[in-house]
Design a protein around this ligand. Structure first.
Ligand code: GCB
Length: 643
């Protein structure tokens, strides 16, 4: 959500949030280079300072953005992208709550600063949680929400004088309130016999560490001043004809022409069109299939868009190429259909999480994770519990890994977090998320939340409104949220298309009693199905295991226990997938960092891989299972990836 002025924020203070009206406008196309567009990544070392002052407002009081940061005090080197928490040796910085300041000085290409026909845009992939941005000391924008991109046209600032350098300052606050997503609370501890004056802690109701900082790339890119602002593509099939519906938004001129061509993987033009919206028809279309479901999964066409406009300074052209997968998604009472064929989600839940970099985007880690997913034979994951980097979804498109795209609606358990203020923000987050992710064929369903207190009275209205809004924004995809509420008490479930249920039998209760899992799990499925007759996904199940801990007969936290528990679930899943269960997602792909607690041994250990991505015994079990399931459902013998 884009916001008003920095002044307002400095006054409101570091630890409390208000909520404004949505200012969402314009597109959020991924910045790609083209004949008319350049990009300059600002990854690397930035100057950094955490504001440890008592009220955390010294940076605003002293206007640290007015001059280079080094002039107002000491700075640290901070890598971007990365969380700031784990790169240093300072325990206070690791758990810091409040404002941190990032700064980078850059040199701009001469053409960018002199050619008034060039539009220069500053784009921030994600800044967790609230960000204020200045360029050369001038406030340019604010954004709430830690997992989605935001950008500002800074052409006027960089083209206003003989400047070749430009100083970008970003202040980021990681404080969570009952109205943020995810929500949190600040707890002031006032007993003077136990805590120093002003002592506070940040409380959250979600189970992962609240890493913060510039988690994804910051970059500058250019477009002409008349440019393609947004593209929306939806696809359908008519017999074997692929239908590609497109709609463009153009900014900068009312007098323009749009030409589109759809190219196949060999670069052959399959269809052409003209105008800002229309439909392309592709005879004998190659469909986008999930990994291991077809001998040529993840087929991507390229939609080449050319904009030509007449402007006061002469003709202008803008070019943008969007990958397009032609596929359909539908839901029946008991099935999830992709291209009309029953699809079974065999997959994982993930986190953006790794040693040292925290939630910072990292190509080697990403490629390793996709290699592991394909080694497992997995065909899907859920972006638990927030939208992941755009590059993650691009790889899903390319490899055929199906995505349940989840909003940061995790830990919505306080009544206040169901208020209209919270709802308004959640509606805006869905707008931002759909605006960013709508064109990915891999994304087949939106998940609005994880384990909200959906039994609370206001939850009915909250989810009814949120789901209706999401469907209005994107009628082409089913919508869900992930529940752990009792089927009779859940007030949001009536509005979802697929019932996603988390359960931890023989882990959070009946400890050590794996013999009760089958009965409890079968009851869970039967109750829900009887009540709703909608397809179901076991959206989480799992057990902690510390790698190298072995106990036979199995004891909790051993690799044997984790494996044994999964096997019990699989017995029931194998029965119910013949009826209405359409997927199983293990919790979790890899171990990940959490807050410190007596039930967490340096993080959550329910990964089937360690945090360093080494397999535990359970990984081999799942690998065997997923390849077996793949062999049952594949249409042709081999996928393009791993065999
Ligand atoms: C859950 C949550 C997930 C936790 C997991 C656990 O139900 O959705 O965020 O990490 O359980 O391990 O407790």
């Amino acid at each position: 959500m884009l916001r008003g002025s920095a002044g307002a924020w400095a006054v409101l203070g570091p630890l409390l949030w208000g909520c404004g009206l949505s200012l969402l406008q314009g597109g959020m196309l991924y910045p790609r280079e083209s004949r008319s567009r350049e990009r300059k990544e600002l990854d690397g070392l930035w100057s950094f300072r955490a504001d440890f002052s008592d009220n955390r407002r010294q940076g605003f009081e002293q206007q640290w953005y007015r001059a280079p940061l080094r002039e107002s005090g000491p700075t640290l080197d901070m890598p971007v992208p990365s969380s700031f928490n784990d790169v240093g040796q300072d325990g206070q910085l690791r758990s810091f709550v409040g404002w941190v300041w990032y700064e980078r000085e850059i040199t701009l290409p001469q053409r960018w600063t002199e050619d008034l026909g060039t539009r220069v845009v500053l784009r921030i992939g994600s800044a967790h949680y609230y960000a204020i941005v200045w360029v050369n000391g001038v406030h340019v924008l604010e954004h709430e929400g830690g997992h989605l991109p935001f950008e500002a046209d800074i052409s006027k600032l960089v083209q206003s004088g003989p400047l070749s350098s430009c100083r970008i300052t970003i202040a980021i606050n990681n404080t969570l309130s009952p109205h943020t997503l995810p929500p949190g609370t600040i707890l002031y501890k006032t007993d003077p016999s136990m805590y120093p004056k002003g002592y506070f802690v940040q409380n959250t109701k979600f189970d992962f560490f609240n890493y913060a900082g510039l988690h994804r790339s910051v970059l500058l890119y250019t477009t002409p001043t008349t440019y393609i602002d947004d593209i929306t593509v939806t696809t359908d099939m008519d017999q074997d004809i692929g239908l590609v519906n497109y709609q463009m938004i153009v900014q900068g001129s009312d007098h323009f022409q749009v030409d589109v061509s759809l190219l196949d993987e060999e670069g052959k033009v399959m269809a052409k069109g003209a105008g800002a919206e229309g439909q392309l028809q592709v005879p004998s279309a190659h469909l986008w299939w999930p990994y291991l479901m077809h001998e040529h999964p993840a087929y991507l066409y390229s939609l080449e868009v050319k904009l030509t406009a007449q402007t006061a300074v002469g003709p202008v052209s803008d070019f943008y190429t969007l990958p397009v997968g032609i596929r359909t998604v539908a839901v029946t009472k008991s099935q999830f259909l992709i291209n009309g064929k029953p699809f079974y989600f065999r997959g994982v839940n993930k986190h953006e999480d790794a040693d040292i970099r925290g939630k910072g985007f990292d190509w080697p880690l990403l490629v390793k994770d996709f290699n592991l997913l394909r080694w497992l034979g997995a065909n899907a994951f859920r972006t638990s519990h927030y939208p992941y980097a755009e590059e993650v979804l691009q790889l899903c498109d390319r490899y055929g890994i199906v995505v349940i795209d989840e909003s940061p609606g995790v830990g919505i358990v306080l009544v206040e977090s169901f208020s209209n203020v919270s709802l308004q923000h959640h509606l805006e987050v869905m707008e931002e998320m759909i605006r960013r992710d709508k064109n990915h064929p891999a994304v087949v369903m939106w998940s609005l939340a994880n384990e909200p207190a959906s039994f609370l009275k206001p939850a009915g209205y909250y989810f009814k409104t949120l789901i209706a809004h999401t469907k209005a924004l994107d009628p082409s995809r089913p919508v869900t949220f992930v529940t752990n509420t009792n089927y009779e008490a859940d007030l949001g479930a009536p509005y979802v298309d697929v019932i996603c249920v988390n359960s931890y039998y023989s882990w959070y209760h009946d400890y050590g009693h794996m013999e009760v899992i089958q009965l409890q799990l079968a009851t869970q499925f039967e109750n829900w199905y009887k009540a709703y007759q909608k397809p179901m996904i076991q959206s989480e199940y799992g057990a902690d295991a510390i790698e190298g801990f072995h106990e036979d007969p199995p004891l909790m936290f051993s690799e044997e226990y984790q494996k044994g528990l999964l096997q019990q679930y699989h017995v029931v899943l194998d029965q119910k997938r013949k009826e209405y269960v359409v997927g199983e997602l293990i919790w979790n792909f890899a171990d990940f960092m959490t807050n410190q607690s007596p039930v967490r041994m340096i993080g959550n250990r329910k990964g089937i891989f360690t945090r360093q991505r080494q397999p535990k015994s359970a990984a081999f079990l799942l690998r065997e299972r997923y390849w077996k399931l793949a062999n049952e459902t594949r249409i042709y013998r081999y996928g393009r990836g791993q065999t």
